[in-house]
Design a protein around this ligand. Structure first.
Ligand SMILES: NC(=O)c1ccc[n+]([C@@H]2O[C@H](COP(=O)([O-])OP(=O)(O)OC[C@H]3O[C@@H](n4cnc5c(N)ncnc54)[C@H](OP(=O)(O)O)[C@@H]3O)[C@@H](O)[C@H]2O)c1
Length: 264
Protein backbone atom coordinates (compact mmCIF):
# COMPACT_ATOMS: atom_id res chain seq x y z
CA UNK A 1 0.00 0.00 0.00
CA UNK A 2 1.32 3.46 -0.87
CA UNK A 3 1.91 5.59 2.19
CA UNK A 4 -0.22 8.75 2.11
CA UNK A 5 2.02 11.81 2.51
CA UNK A 6 0.13 14.58 4.28
CA UNK A 7 0.94 17.48 6.57
CA UNK A 8 -1.78 16.64 9.08
CA UNK A 9 0.75 16.36 11.91
CA UNK A 10 3.39 18.79 10.61
CA UNK A 11 5.93 19.50 13.38
CA UNK A 12 3.81 17.75 16.03
CA UNK A 13 5.49 15.47 18.56
CA UNK A 14 3.71 12.11 18.73
CA UNK A 15 4.49 9.55 21.44
CA UNK A 16 3.49 5.98 20.57
CA UNK A 17 3.51 3.49 23.45
CA UNK A 18 3.70 -0.20 22.56
CA UNK A 19 5.56 -0.16 19.24
CA UNK A 20 5.43 -3.70 17.92
CA UNK A 21 5.64 -5.16 14.41
CA UNK A 22 1.91 -4.72 13.69
CA UNK A 23 -0.21 -1.64 14.25
CA UNK A 24 2.36 0.12 16.46
CA UNK A 25 4.88 0.19 13.61
CA UNK A 26 2.25 1.47 11.17
CA UNK A 27 1.11 4.24 13.53
CA UNK A 28 4.72 5.45 13.81
CA UNK A 29 5.29 5.35 10.03
CA UNK A 30 1.98 7.06 9.19
CA UNK A 31 2.51 9.75 11.86
CA UNK A 32 5.97 10.43 10.43
CA UNK A 33 4.55 10.54 6.87
CA UNK A 34 2.10 13.15 8.17
CA UNK A 35 5.04 15.31 9.33
CA UNK A 36 5.31 14.30 13.01
CA UNK A 37 8.43 13.78 15.07
CA UNK A 38 7.85 10.34 16.57
CA UNK A 39 8.78 9.03 20.02
CA UNK A 40 8.80 5.23 19.98
CA UNK A 41 8.28 3.38 23.27
CA UNK A 42 8.12 -0.34 24.13
CA UNK A 43 10.29 -2.80 26.06
CA UNK A 44 12.23 -4.28 23.11
CA UNK A 45 14.88 -1.76 22.12
CA UNK A 46 15.92 -3.62 18.95
CA UNK A 47 12.36 -3.34 17.54
CA UNK A 48 12.26 0.39 18.30
CA UNK A 49 15.55 0.86 16.45
CA UNK A 50 14.25 -1.04 13.41
CA UNK A 51 11.09 1.07 13.12
CA UNK A 52 13.04 4.27 13.85
CA UNK A 53 15.49 3.38 11.06
CA UNK A 54 12.58 2.98 8.61
CA UNK A 55 11.28 6.44 9.53
CA UNK A 56 14.71 8.06 9.38
CA UNK A 57 15.45 6.48 5.98
CA UNK A 58 12.45 8.46 4.70
CA UNK A 59 13.78 11.69 6.27
CA UNK A 60 11.77 11.57 9.50
CA UNK A 61 12.83 12.44 13.06
CA UNK A 62 12.57 9.94 15.93
CA UNK A 63 13.46 9.25 19.53
CA UNK A 64 13.44 5.67 20.84
CA UNK A 65 13.00 5.06 24.57
CA UNK A 66 12.83 1.61 26.06
CA UNK A 67 9.81 1.71 28.40
CA UNK A 68 7.54 -0.67 30.28
CA UNK A 69 4.27 1.19 30.70
CA UNK A 70 3.41 -0.79 33.85
CA UNK A 71 6.45 0.78 35.57
CA UNK A 72 5.98 4.35 36.91
CA UNK A 73 9.72 5.19 36.84
CA UNK A 74 10.03 4.01 33.24
CA UNK A 75 7.05 6.15 32.20
CA UNK A 76 8.50 9.22 33.98
CA UNK A 77 11.80 8.59 32.17
CA UNK A 78 9.93 8.45 28.83
CA UNK A 79 8.28 11.80 29.61
CA UNK A 80 11.57 13.38 30.65
CA UNK A 81 13.49 12.10 27.59
CA UNK A 82 10.70 13.33 25.29
CA UNK A 83 10.67 16.83 26.80
CA UNK A 84 14.50 17.04 26.88
CA UNK A 85 14.64 16.12 23.20
CA UNK A 86 11.66 17.92 21.69
CA UNK A 87 10.45 20.34 24.42
CA UNK A 88 6.78 19.46 23.90
CA UNK A 89 4.30 16.63 23.35
CA UNK A 90 1.25 17.02 21.12
CA UNK A 91 -0.14 13.50 20.86
CA UNK A 92 -0.06 10.35 22.97
CA UNK A 93 -1.10 7.08 21.32
CA UNK A 94 -1.68 4.18 23.74
CA UNK A 95 -1.26 1.03 21.61
CA UNK A 96 0.54 -1.48 23.91
CA UNK A 97 -0.74 -5.03 23.73
CA UNK A 98 0.12 -8.53 24.76
CA UNK A 99 -1.87 -11.63 23.88
CA UNK A 100 -4.45 -12.14 26.64
CA UNK A 101 -5.69 -15.46 28.02
CA UNK A 102 -7.89 -17.11 25.38
CA UNK A 103 -9.62 -19.46 27.83
CA UNK A 104 -13.34 -19.30 28.65
CA UNK A 105 -13.86 -16.90 31.55
CA UNK A 106 -15.11 -19.74 33.71
CA UNK A 107 -11.62 -21.26 33.49
CA UNK A 108 -9.47 -18.11 33.35
CA UNK A 109 -6.98 -17.60 36.12
CA UNK A 110 -7.60 -14.28 37.95
CA UNK A 111 -3.93 -13.34 37.57
CA UNK A 112 -4.29 -13.39 33.76
CA UNK A 113 -7.26 -11.02 33.95
CA UNK A 114 -5.34 -8.76 36.36
CA UNK A 115 -2.32 -8.70 34.02
CA UNK A 116 -4.52 -7.73 31.09
CA UNK A 117 -6.11 -4.88 33.08
CA UNK A 118 -2.72 -3.81 34.43
CA UNK A 119 -1.32 -3.36 30.92
CA UNK A 120 -4.34 -2.14 28.96
CA UNK A 121 -6.20 -0.03 31.50
CA UNK A 122 -3.73 1.02 34.19
CA UNK A 123 -0.85 1.23 31.69
CA UNK A 124 -2.92 3.58 29.50
CA UNK A 125 -3.96 5.60 32.54
CA UNK A 126 -0.40 5.85 33.88
CA UNK A 127 0.77 7.16 30.50
CA UNK A 128 -2.10 9.63 30.28
CA UNK A 129 -1.55 10.90 33.83
CA UNK A 130 2.17 11.36 33.18
CA UNK A 131 1.63 13.29 29.92
CA UNK A 132 -1.36 15.42 31.02
CA UNK A 133 0.65 18.51 31.98
CA UNK A 134 2.60 18.48 28.71
CA UNK A 135 -0.57 17.87 26.69
CA UNK A 136 -2.28 20.75 28.51
CA UNK A 137 0.54 23.08 27.45
CA UNK A 138 0.32 21.95 23.82
CA UNK A 139 -3.51 21.61 23.79
CA UNK A 140 -2.81 18.11 22.61
CA UNK A 141 -4.71 14.85 22.49
CA UNK A 142 -4.71 11.16 23.32
CA UNK A 143 -5.70 8.26 21.03
CA UNK A 144 -6.46 4.94 22.70
CA UNK A 145 -6.26 1.78 20.59
CA UNK A 146 -9.16 -0.48 21.42
CA UNK A 147 -10.67 -3.44 19.56
CA UNK A 148 -13.80 -4.77 17.84
CA UNK A 149 -14.02 -7.09 20.84
CA UNK A 150 -16.16 -4.21 22.17
CA UNK A 151 -18.78 -5.22 19.59
CA UNK A 152 -19.07 -8.95 20.24
CA UNK A 153 -19.04 -11.50 23.07
CA UNK A 154 -17.36 -14.45 21.33
CA UNK A 155 -16.31 -17.23 23.68
CA UNK A 156 -12.70 -17.12 24.90
CA UNK A 157 -12.31 -13.35 24.35
CA UNK A 158 -13.55 -12.61 27.91
CA UNK A 159 -10.41 -11.32 29.57
CA UNK A 160 -9.53 -9.25 26.47
CA UNK A 161 -13.07 -7.83 26.42
CA UNK A 162 -13.02 -6.99 30.14
CA UNK A 163 -9.80 -4.99 29.68
CA UNK A 164 -10.85 -3.25 26.45
CA UNK A 165 -14.35 -2.41 27.76
CA UNK A 166 -12.75 -0.86 30.85
CA UNK A 167 -10.31 1.01 28.58
CA UNK A 168 -13.25 2.49 26.66
CA UNK A 169 -15.02 3.51 29.87
CA UNK A 170 -11.80 5.10 31.11
CA UNK A 171 -11.22 6.93 27.80
CA UNK A 172 -14.71 8.45 27.86
CA UNK A 173 -14.28 9.66 31.45
CA UNK A 174 -10.83 11.06 30.61
CA UNK A 175 -12.38 12.96 27.68
CA UNK A 176 -14.81 14.61 30.11
CA UNK A 177 -12.23 15.25 32.84
CA UNK A 178 -9.49 16.58 30.53
CA UNK A 179 -11.79 18.52 28.22
CA UNK A 180 -11.53 21.73 30.23
CA UNK A 181 -7.74 21.56 29.92
CA UNK A 182 -8.21 21.50 26.13
CA UNK A 183 -7.10 17.87 25.79
CA UNK A 184 -9.08 15.56 23.49
CA UNK A 185 -9.29 11.80 24.14
CA UNK A 186 -10.52 9.47 21.39
CA UNK A 187 -10.53 5.78 20.55
CA UNK A 188 -9.84 3.72 17.43
CA UNK A 189 -11.35 0.22 17.49
CA UNK A 190 -9.88 -2.04 14.81
CA UNK A 191 -11.36 -5.39 13.86
CA UNK A 192 -9.11 -7.89 12.11
CA UNK A 193 -5.82 -6.37 10.99
CA UNK A 194 -4.14 -7.96 7.97
CA UNK A 195 -0.70 -8.34 9.55
CA UNK A 196 1.98 -11.04 9.30
CA UNK A 197 0.69 -12.41 12.63
CA UNK A 198 -2.83 -12.86 11.21
CA UNK A 199 -1.40 -14.41 8.01
CA UNK A 200 0.40 -16.97 10.17
CA UNK A 201 -2.80 -17.65 12.17
CA UNK A 202 -4.88 -18.13 9.01
CA UNK A 203 -2.17 -20.54 7.77
CA UNK A 204 -2.63 -22.58 10.96
CA UNK A 205 -6.43 -22.66 10.54
CA UNK A 206 -6.02 -23.64 6.88
CA UNK A 207 -3.78 -26.60 7.86
CA UNK A 208 -6.22 -27.68 10.58
CA UNK A 209 -9.24 -27.76 8.25
CA UNK A 210 -7.43 -28.84 5.04
CA UNK A 211 -8.30 -25.67 3.14
CA UNK A 212 -6.17 -22.87 1.71
CA UNK A 213 -5.11 -19.69 3.53
CA UNK A 214 -6.96 -17.76 0.80
CA UNK A 215 -10.18 -19.62 1.66
CA UNK A 216 -9.77 -18.73 5.34
CA UNK A 217 -9.27 -15.09 4.30
CA UNK A 218 -12.35 -15.11 2.04
CA UNK A 219 -14.56 -16.77 4.68
CA UNK A 220 -13.47 -14.21 7.27
CA UNK A 221 -13.70 -11.21 4.95
CA UNK A 222 -17.16 -12.28 3.68
CA UNK A 223 -18.59 -11.14 7.05
CA UNK A 224 -17.62 -7.52 6.29
CA UNK A 225 -19.35 -5.08 3.94
CA UNK A 226 -16.19 -4.47 1.90
CA UNK A 227 -15.30 -8.22 1.73
CA UNK A 228 -11.72 -7.62 2.80
CA UNK A 229 -9.68 -7.08 5.95
CA UNK A 230 -8.17 -3.69 6.84
CA UNK A 231 -4.44 -3.16 6.46
CA UNK A 232 -2.50 -1.83 9.47
CA UNK A 233 -1.69 1.38 7.59
CA UNK A 234 -5.40 2.04 7.04
CA UNK A 235 -6.04 1.83 10.78
CA UNK A 236 -3.01 4.02 11.45
CA UNK A 237 -4.41 6.66 9.06
CA UNK A 238 -7.55 6.88 11.24
CA UNK A 239 -5.29 7.40 14.26
CA UNK A 240 -3.49 10.21 12.40
CA UNK A 241 -6.82 11.83 11.53
CA UNK A 242 -8.04 11.79 15.16
CA UNK A 243 -4.66 13.10 16.36
CA UNK A 244 -4.70 15.94 13.85
CA UNK A 245 -6.28 19.41 13.90
CA UNK A 246 -8.88 18.08 11.41
CA UNK A 247 -10.46 16.37 14.46
CA UNK A 248 -10.31 19.44 16.72
CA UNK A 249 -13.99 19.19 17.70
CA UNK A 250 -13.95 15.43 18.23
CA UNK A 251 -13.50 14.05 21.72
CA UNK A 252 -14.86 11.12 23.72
CA UNK A 253 -15.58 9.28 20.45
CA UNK A 254 -14.74 5.89 18.97
CA UNK A 255 -14.06 5.17 15.31
CA UNK A 256 -14.47 1.51 14.33
CA UNK A 257 -12.15 0.48 11.49
CA UNK A 258 -13.31 -2.94 10.31
CA UNK A 259 -14.39 -2.70 6.63
CA UNK A 260 -18.00 -2.72 7.90
CA UNK A 261 -17.90 -5.98 9.87
CA UNK A 262 -19.89 -4.36 12.70
CA UNK A 263 -22.18 -1.33 12.51
CA UNK A 264 -22.52 0.84 15.62
N1 LIG B 1 -3.62 -7.45 15.97
C1 LIG B 1 -4.93 -7.41 15.78
O1 LIG B 1 -5.50 -8.15 14.98
C2 LIG B 1 -5.76 -6.40 16.56
C3 LIG B 1 -7.13 -6.33 16.34
C4 LIG B 1 -7.87 -5.38 17.03
C5 LIG B 1 -7.25 -4.50 17.90
N2 LIG B 1 -5.91 -4.61 18.10
C6 LIG B 1 -5.29 -3.67 19.03
O2 LIG B 1 -4.28 -2.97 18.32
C7 LIG B 1 -3.18 -2.69 19.17
C8 LIG B 1 -1.89 -3.20 18.54
O3 LIG B 1 -1.96 -4.59 18.35
P1 LIG B 1 -0.85 -5.34 17.49
O4 LIG B 1 -1.15 -6.79 17.57
O5 LIG B 1 -0.76 -4.71 16.14
O6 LIG B 1 0.44 -5.05 18.34
P2 LIG B 1 1.82 -4.36 17.90
O7 LIG B 1 1.58 -2.94 17.61
O8 LIG B 1 2.50 -5.21 16.90
O9 LIG B 1 2.65 -4.52 19.26
C9 LIG B 1 2.25 -4.02 20.49
C10 LIG B 1 3.48 -3.93 21.35
O10 LIG B 1 3.11 -3.54 22.67
C11 LIG B 1 4.29 -3.73 23.44
N3 LIG B 1 4.01 -3.90 24.86
C12 LIG B 1 3.46 -4.98 25.49
N4 LIG B 1 3.50 -4.80 26.81
C13 LIG B 1 4.12 -3.61 27.02
C14 LIG B 1 4.49 -2.89 28.19
N5 LIG B 1 4.26 -3.39 29.42
N6 LIG B 1 5.10 -1.70 28.04
C15 LIG B 1 5.35 -1.21 26.82
N7 LIG B 1 5.04 -1.85 25.67
C16 LIG B 1 4.43 -3.03 25.79
C17 LIG B 1 4.96 -5.00 22.90
O11 LIG B 1 6.35 -4.72 22.67
P3 LIG B 1 7.45 -5.10 23.78
O12 LIG B 1 7.22 -6.53 24.10
O13 LIG B 1 8.71 -4.79 23.08
O14 LIG B 1 7.20 -4.20 24.94
C18 LIG B 1 4.24 -5.24 21.58
O15 LIG B 1 5.10 -5.56 20.53
C19 LIG B 1 -3.50 -3.34 20.51
O16 LIG B 1 -4.01 -2.36 21.41
C20 LIG B 1 -4.56 -4.36 20.18
O17 LIG B 1 -5.43 -4.63 21.25
C21 LIG B 1 -5.16 -5.52 17.44
Amino acid sequence: MTRLKTELLADKVVVVSGVGPGLGRSICLEAAAAGAKVVLAARTESRLKEVAAEIESEGGTTLSVSCDITDEDAVQNLLARTLETFGTVDVLVNNAFSIPSMKPLARTDFQQIKDSIDLTVLGGLRMTQAFTEALTESQGNVVMINSAVLRHSEPRYGSYKIAKAALLAMSQTLATELGDKGIRVNTVAPGYIWTEQLKWYFGEIAKKYGITEEQVYQQTASKSDLKRLPLPDEIAQTVVFLASPWANSITGQTIDVNCGEYHV
